[in-house]
Design a protein around this ligand. Structure first.
Ligand SMILES: Cc1ncc(COP(=O)(O)O)c(C=O)c1O
Length: 401
């Protein structure tokens, strides 16, 4: 008996094809905390313009210390799922803080937002229900719907990105469904666009639908106090369910949550399979995330700094002759056309000491390949100026400006 050689060979062949298609991803190893500038193995100091560390909390001393304190007080692991003996008081504190922050009655943590989304749709949807999703929603929402469909035999549909008429039409076609649910990202990660939440809420009311918003890129980012898409539009308390990550603005470690009515989080505690069959969020992560929420509540100027930095970078990059997608979020995609151009641009920028990821077809539509810049409150003006200078230099060399 030995290893199955054919298995490895088949995977290697596919990997070779990824390389030929130029979609093979090489990992860059960092040897310092995630921050505006990092130590990248083999390259030295690199300016990061590709991180979800929107508020610069990954290496914030108070957040790191809170994690260390959590580790000392609660130990390294939960050793169990929530309902057996894996629930710690720090989970309750975190969940209360998150609910207060996003403006819901209750919240429930998961080990990732991916898990939260899968645990939500797959659990609350039943046969006869209808779930409709924006075409540009995150992969975790898409997979959560696939799972829900396989488990419950619900029906699903996709509406054109941001197209409210299409959303209405899809809901009209499901008037006989037992329940209608609308799933949307708060901020769409590849575009940086914000969901038309007030319209979605109005349409939901007209069609007796439930609104689920994944605010992973918006928590800590949108709204004066960083409370997310609902705060941005002045509709805090009006969204049925909000999911989000602890792995971006809220310290960037890992973890996610579902926030909504108490009955929902209780139901998920009873029935959601990631809750029932997977260990709870590690206490260290819970402690850091709790400190992150408290820090944002005490220092909304961080959120303002993020907004100022994003506006500044957008203005400068426009002035340099690039074509960023219009918007007002820290996600600033710069369209360069062909996939090869995006990859070349990203590689050349890295050689200049600036790390920005290039995305091409099929992740984004053909001809709309882009480098996606993500701005952080931890960037200084000097960092942003250095980045713009590198963009100009590389853009000229590649005939993009
Ligand atoms: C909209 C959205 N939802 C969910 C996730 C997954 O978050 P996590 O890393 O917590 O699983 C992401 C991360 O990229 C995201 O952008």
């Amino acid at each position: 008996m030995g290893l199955n050689a054919g298995f490895g060979e088949a995977l290697e062949q596919e990997i070779e094809q990824f390389k030929r298609d130029r979609v093979y991803k090489r990992l860059n190893y960092l040897d310092s905390p995630q921050s505006a500038r990092v130590q990248m193995e083999g390259r030295g100091e690199i300016l990061i313009l590709s991180s979800n560390n929107y508020l610069g909390l990954c290496d914030e001393p108070a957040i790191v210390e809170a994690g260390i304190e959590g580790l000392r007080r609660y130990g390294a692991g939960t050793g169990s799922v929530r309902f057996i003996c894996g629930t710690f008081t720090i989970h309750r504190e975190l969940e209360e803080a998150l609910a207060r922050f996003v403006g819901t009655e209750s919240s429930l943590s998961f080990v990732s937002a991916w898990n939260a989304n899968e645990g939500l749709t797959g659990t609350v949807v039943a046969e006869g229900d209808f779930v409709v999703s924006d075409a540009l929603n995150h992969a975790s929402i898409i997979d959560s719907m696939r799972l829900a469909k396989a488990i419950s035999k619900c029906t699903t549909a996709v509406y054109k990105h941001g197209d409210m008429q299409d959303l209405r039409d899809k809901l009209r076609g499901a008037a006989d469904a037992r329940r209608r649910l609308i799933w949307t990202d708060g901020i769409f990660s590849m575009e940086g666009a914000i969901a038309k939440l007030p319209d979605i809420l109005e349409i939901a009311r007209a069609h007796d639908a439930i609104v689920l918003v994944d605010d992973s890129h918006a928590t800590g980012v949108l709204g004066k106090y960083g409370r997310g898409t609902a705060e941005h539009f002045g509709v805090v308390g009006e969204v049925d369910v909000i999911t989000s990550t602890l792995g971006k603005a809220l310290g960037g470690a890992a973890g996610g949550f579902v926030a909504g009515p108490e009955a929902l989080t209780d139901y998920l505690t009873q029935r959601s399979r990631p809750q029932l069959f997977s260990n709870a969020l590690p206490p260290t992560v819970a402690a850091s995330a709790l400190a992150a929420v408290r820090l944002i509540e005490a220092h909304p100027e961080r959120v303002q700094k993020l907004r100022d930095n994003s506006r500044y970078f957008r203005e400068q990059i426009l002035e340099a002759g690039f074509k960023p997608l219009p918007g007002e979020t820290p996600i600033i995609p710069i369209i360069v056309g062909e996939t090869s151009a995006a990859i070349q641009m990203s590689d050349a920028l890295l050689d200049e000491g600036v790390f920005v990821t290039g995305f091409g077809y099929p992740v984004v539509p053909q001809g709309q390949a882009r480098v996606r810049c993500q701005i952080s409150a931890s960037h200084t003006r000097d960092d942003l100026d250095v980045a713009v200078r590198a963009f100009k230099k590389v853009g000229r060399r590649l005939n993009l400006v």
